[in-house]
Write a protein that binds this ligand. Structure first.
Ligand code: SF4
Length: 456
């Protein structure tokens, strides 16, 4: 198959390879209040519902890591987690009702994220699973179920519940095995505690263990980075995520945020390449800039689910939901005070409130194609051109994104011959620059909305 990809144009590289991590498009900072508060039953009418993805968000952590800008609060005063689960139950009931029963509703994947879902007690985790199963109708033991945990909360009783209820993947946020680096990233923890937690995860026999590590921490060297990688490899994890450190406004480290720092960029790129090559040499396959998977790890994908297009139901006050035409969620914040206010508002809502979408962004045909391009191109396997044509009326990425692709090609970040092979794929250097490529693919409208977002 061939397609029209414009000729490369010579152009300078963006200021830094580390612009932002694009894990969902459009970003929540491009969402706005929806004045008509559309009913979920209307939004979901006519949407395919036989391979949905279910996400439950738990916005609590024991500490706030210095690099984290996720929607989460530190600790929970007495009774708040129970009240949160009550609200989640009310929301699940309202959402499931809105999905209706005219066509079959089936969840193909499920995930508990946060925050730290294992901030909940073992009994509360049972309740969380009950909400997913009994209220939403997800068959947790039959589909991939991924859960995020921190070392301190990955206790044997919680892991036992999760394994028994069908968790297939446990992702542990380690960040560094070096105690001084952990302190520098404002994630104080001792290596001995991390190792003990990893032992408990393996004892629980959840099929896939993922370990998150961070590079670019103050004081981190090639030697200490390799030390953390080897400490992780000693557990033979099925997956590893290597994250570049970001310093973002309103986070613990953000107070130190400064201007461009080419030396830090160079350090992060060096550590990235070192980490990538180390994992490739140890039998891992690179799936994206951040994700590495052991070649012989059990398959995790869900039959019939493709994240670029299909529906997602997010429950909880930080979760997003996606229909083909609208992405929506609740209000969003990073600052502690604002987050506490949004969580308190969520737990106080009556069931009727959950039948509407309140914040979001409409997705038109151009945005749908951008989203598909972004989420495919930033994967190591790239974008399947025949699939793109089939989804988008015979169009090609070259028809739709000539300038963007040409710039990418001009920097040597697009594989030559990719189109001829039926795939549009980044080169290894392109993958290394995913966090620069992603933001360049945002539409002008999304870019303007993000720029106009008032941080809180
Ligand atoms: S990185 Fe994870 S554990 Fe740390 S504050 Fe953010 S959500 Fe919580």
């Amino acid at each position: 198959m061939t397609t029209t990809i414009p000729a490369p144009t010579a152009t300078g590289a963006p200021a830094s390879p580390y612009q932002s991590y694009v894990y969902a498009y459009p970003h929540k900072t491009a969402y706005r209040p929806l004045p008509d508060r559309p009913r979920l039953s209307t939004l979901w009418a006519g949407e395919p519902k036989d391979a949905l993805s279910l996400y439950l968000h738990i916005p609590f952590c024991e500490v706030r890591c210095g690099f984290c800008n996720l929607f989460t609060r530190i600790g929970a005063p007495d009774g708040l987690t129970g009240a949160y689960l009550d609200a989640l139950d009310r929301q699940a009931t309202a959402v499931r009702q809105a999905l209706g029963d005219r066509e079959p509703v089936r969840f193909a994947t499920a995930a508990f994220g946060g925050g730290t879902p294992t901030f909940l007690t073992a009994a509360e985790l049972e309740r969380l699973c009950d909400i997913a199963e009994h209220r939403m109708g997800a068959d947790l033991r039959a589909v991939p179920l991924s859960v995020e945990a921190s070392p301190a909360t990955a206790t044997a009783d919680r892991l036992e519940v999760l394994a028994a209820r069908g968790a297939t993947r446990l992702s542990l946020g380690v960040q560094s095995f070096d105690d001084a680096e952990a302190r520098a990233a404002v994630r104080p923890q001792r290596r001995a505690d991390v190792e003990a937690a990893l032992g408990r995860v393996r004892d629980a026999r959840i099929p896939v263990l993922n370990i998150d590590l961070i590079y670019g921490i103050d004081g981190q060297t090639e030697h200490t980075w390799l030390g953390s990688l080897d400490a992780a490899l000693a557990w033979n994890p099925e997956e590893l995520y290597l994250y570049p450190l970001y310093i973002r406004p309103l986070t613990g480290l953000g107070r130190r945020a400064g201007a461009a720092d080419p030396a830090w960029d160079a350090q992060r790129l060096r550590l990235y390449r070192l980490g990538r090559d180390h994992l490739l040499a140890h039998g891992y396959e690179q799936r994206s800039m951040r994700m590495f998977r052991r070649a012989d790890a059990p398959r995790q994908g869900a039959d019939g689910y493709a994240c670029q297009t299909d529906g997602m139901i997010g429950l909880g006050c930080g979760a997003r939901s996606y229909t083909a035409g609208l992405h929506y969620s609740f209000d969003y914040a990073v600052g502690m005070h604002e987050i506490r206010g949004i969580v308190d508002d969520y737990v106080s809502r009556p069931a009727a409130d959950f039948a509407h979408a309140e914040y979001g962004r409409r997705i038109d045909a151009d945005e749908a194609r951008r989203r598909h391009l972004l989420q495919s191109l930033l994967q190591a396997e790239g974008l399947d051109l025949a699939d793109y044509r089939a989804r988008f009326d015979g169009r090609t990425p070259g028809d739709d994104f000539a300038a963007e692709l040409s710039r990418c090609a001009g920097r040597g970040w697009l594989e030559d011959g990719g189109p001829a092979a039926g795939v549009l794929r980044l080169t290894p250097e392109g993958l290394a620059h995913s966090d620069a490529i992603g933001p360049e693919l945002f539409s002008p409208a999304v870019r303007a909305a993000m720029a106009g977002y008032e941080r809180k």
